[in-house]
Each structure stands twice: as C-alpha cells, then as structure tokens.
Design a protein around this ligand. Structure first.
Ligand SMILES: *Cc1c(COP(=O)(O)O)cnc(C)c1O
Length: 428
C-alpha cells in the first residue's frame, strides 16, 4: 500500500519538488504533504485512510463540498456528449448570461481555463484599450503566475519568500508599479505623477493571498475616483472572492463597480475555468472584432462549463449564501473563543464563506502586518490540527474556505481540535 511518505519520495523523482503547484509541498510548515484519495461533502481522506475536515476546498472552488451529486451528474452528462468541440456551445451562452446577470459591472464576458489566464487577458485588453503601458498592483496580492504580475505577489510566492520570480526579464515588469495595500497617500501620489500613463489598476478587492485582509473603508472608492479621473481601467481580481464573499463578489459588498472583473475558482465547480468581463466597449476590443488577441483551445470547455453551471445554480438558490456565511461566522467565533481560553494571541474573522485565522491580537490590515503575525505559532497550530483531522491551508498567508456541507458536527470537532492544539502551543 502506498502511503503519503513513499508517494512523496517517489514524486520528487519525477515531478519538481514532487508537486504540480508549489504550496502543496508543505514548504512553509514542514513535514510530508498529504496525498488525497477521495472526498465527500466537507470531508477528505488521504491515501493512509485518515479522514480530515477540509477547510482548503481545493483553494476555493468547492463551495458545495466534495463530489456534489448534481455537479458530478452534470460532468458525466456533458462528457457523454463530447468533451470538447472548439466551437461555440449553448451552455457557454448560459454561463455568460448568468455572470452578466450576477455582476452589475459585467456587460460582456469571455471564458478561459484558469484565473491566471483571466488576469493576463484583462491586463492585455486594458492596455490595448487605453494604449498605455503602466499598471499598478499591490504588495501581497496574487493574480496567478502572469509574468508582469509576479512582483511582490502573495500566496505561494510569498510563502516561499520569493514574492518575485526568477525567469522574468526586468523589461517585462518595468511597467508594473507596486503599491502598499491600503495606503491612500501612495495611491493619490502615483496618480498625480503618472495618471495619464496608467493603463490599469489591478487589485484583490478583499485580499485572500496574504491571509484574509479587508481594504480600509473607502479605499476602493478612492481608487474608482482616481481611475475615472485619469481614464485608467480598474480591474477587480475576484477569482477567489467571486461567489465566495457574496453573490456579487467584493464589488457588491463595497458597492464599487470596476471596469473589468476576473473570475475563476467557484465558477468552474472544481474543473478548470476562469472568466474576465466588464464594460462592453472594452471587451469589444478583443479579436476578432478588435485588435487585442486572446484565445484558448479549451476555453468554455463543455464539461467545465456544465460543472460551473451546476454549481452556480445551487449557490444562487434562496438561502444558500446566508447559510454558508452563517456557518463561517460561527467557525470564526469558535476559533476566537478557543484563542481567548488558551491565552494565545489569536484572532479570526469571516467574510461570506471565507475566513482568516491570525496569530495576532487584531486582524492584520496590510501585507507587513500579515507578515509580522506569529509564524511559529501558526506552524505548530497547522500540524496539531492536521493530527486532529482538520485540514487547513499549509501557510499562514492563505485564507480558509468553507462549504455548504460543513455543519454543526464539523464545527464542534474543529473548535475542540483548536482548543487542544492551542493548549499544547501555550504549554510549549
Ligand atoms: C487563485 C487566484 C488566481 C489564479 O488562478 P489560477 O486558476 O490558479 O490560475 C488569480 N487571482 C486570484 C485572486 C486568485 O486567488
């Protein structure tokens, strides 16, 4: 019988670092990555047969939990009729209409196969539309592994102390300006100085790749105002927050409409899919009508779109979002209480179906505050929780995710595990 350790050792021979995406390697927390065997609802089982309550949910997509019956059925049905045509299908139209109906800021939308493709394409069309080069991003925000955006990025890039990657020529990032998330003055200054050269501002309107961080009040409103004034395209990267923090993403929560929005994760229902969309006059710059080239052999793939539609129909059903958000709030409250009892500095908050756990007295508000939370305590907490059958993201710079299948039993077990874990940390 293969086990986690033997599979990891063998994988390292054939796959760089043994994984197909860096954070999976447990680099930040040490130890052996858990090789997954199967999942059902809120639970996953590793190849050793150990069961865990899953708060990673494949890094966001699985808001219905694992192996949802309607999604599985939709995947089978679509696959039986042909996995791909490279020609338009009716389902793509249905998905596009659903996204346009859900987001007030989206008039036209294109489907792609990943979040990375979505942000890459959004930046390109923004540059094509404005005829300008410079873009602004924010420290600790992650927008996929797009060359020009892999500067001071969050998620795995941050976890491994490589917020900027090798293999990207300086010329490619020369027009990327990086600002501190939440700094009003820096934002105003850069617009004063470079306003008429700025093609786009791209931001995670609620950051989820340096743990979970809310922007300060009116920060996004200021951004909207400055972009309007200088003719700069405002891009909200809602790959993670779309259908996660609310039914209209973070833009709905803060009532700020971007020019372009990128989506991914939940909209693919666990299969590879992303999307970018927004103002029709910008989107119409795309080929073949317009001069900005963008394409994809598997874009709008029938099986992925079927999984996405089966997911979104459930997410949009009455009561769904309140229910998943209520659970997430209870979880954050339970973890906060467990922290208080133990005397360990811990805080936790929920936003929709996402949550943050921070080893600090208050919620971090910026990249530097997130980095200065207690990393050692997190590492210990992660391993104790794993031992007790609770699967958290193996990095303190990731947000947590819940699903509609997480209920009272999972809540009680998780809080109990946290109490035991924190007690042990307090004694060590
Ligand atoms: C996950 C993520 C991406 C990248 O999506 P992939 O599908 O992994 O390429 C982009 N932006 C944000 C905000 C993300 O969380």
């Amino acid at each position: 019988m293969p086990n986690n350790r033997s599979l990891y050792e063998k994988s390292q021979v054939f796959i760089p670092s043994g994984v197909n995406s860096p954070v999976r390697a447990f680099g930040a927390v040490g130890g052996t990555p858990v090789f997954m065997d199967k999942g059902k609802g809120p639970l996953i089982w590793d190849v050793n047969g150990k069961c865990y309550i899953d708060y990673v949910c494949s890094w966001g997509p699985l808001i219905l939990g694992h192996a949802n019956e309607q999604v599985t059925e939709a995947i089978f049905e679509a696959a039986r009729n042909g996995a791909t045509f490279g020609a338009p299908t009716e389902r793509e139209l249905e998905m596009a209409q659903l996204l346009v109906d859900s987001f007030g800021s989206i008039q036209k939308v294109r489907l792609v196969s990943s979040g990375t493709e979505a942000t890459m394409s959004a930046i390109r069309v923004a540059r094509g539309y404005t005829g300008r080069k410079k873009i602004i991003k924010f420290e600790g925000c992650y927008h996929g592994h797009v060359d020009s955006l892999l500067v001071k990025a969050g998620s795995g890039a941050l976890t491994f102390g490589q917020p900027s990657s090798a293999g990207i020529p300086e010329a490619v990032t020369a027009d990327t300006i990086v600002l501190s998330f939440g700094d009003f003055q820096a934002l105003e200054d850069i617009f004063t100085k470079h306003g008429d050269e700025l093609a786009a501002v791209i931001i995670e309107p609620i950051a989820g790749n340096m743990n979970l961080i809310k922007p300060p009040t009116d920060y996004l409103k200021l951004m909207r105002k400055l972009c309007d004034h200088s003719g700069t395209i405002l891009i909200f990267d809602e790959v993670m927050t779309g259908f996660r923090v609310g039914l209209e993403g973070a833009q709905g929560l803060f009532d700020v409409q971007p020019d372009l929005t990128t989506l991914g994760k939940v909209i693919g229902g666990g299969l590879p899919m992303g999307a970018f969309g927004g103002r029709a006059d910008i989107m119409d710059k795309l080929a073949p009508e317009g001069p900005v080239y963008q394409a994809g052999t598997l874009s709008g793939n029938p099986v992925a779109v079927a999984a996405g539609l089966a997911t979104l129909r459930q997410v949009l059903s009455p009561g769904f979002f309140n229910s998943v958000s209520r659970f997430t709030k209870k979880l954050a409250d339970g973890l906060t209480q467990a922290g208080k009892k133990s005397g360990i500095k811990l805080s936790s908050q929920a936003i929709g179906s996402m949550f943050g756990v921070y080893f600090s007295e208050t919620f971090p508000q910026s990249f530097s505050e997130s980095v200065s939370t207690d990393q050692k305590a997190f590492k210990q907490f992660f391993h104790e929780m794993l031992e007790h059958g609770v699967y958290l993201a193996p990095s303190s710079f990731e947000a947590g995710f819940t699903s509609i299948t997480h209920g009272q039993e999972e809540l009680d077990k998780t809080v109990f595990a946290a109490q035991k874990a924190l007690k042990k940390i307090a004694q060590s």
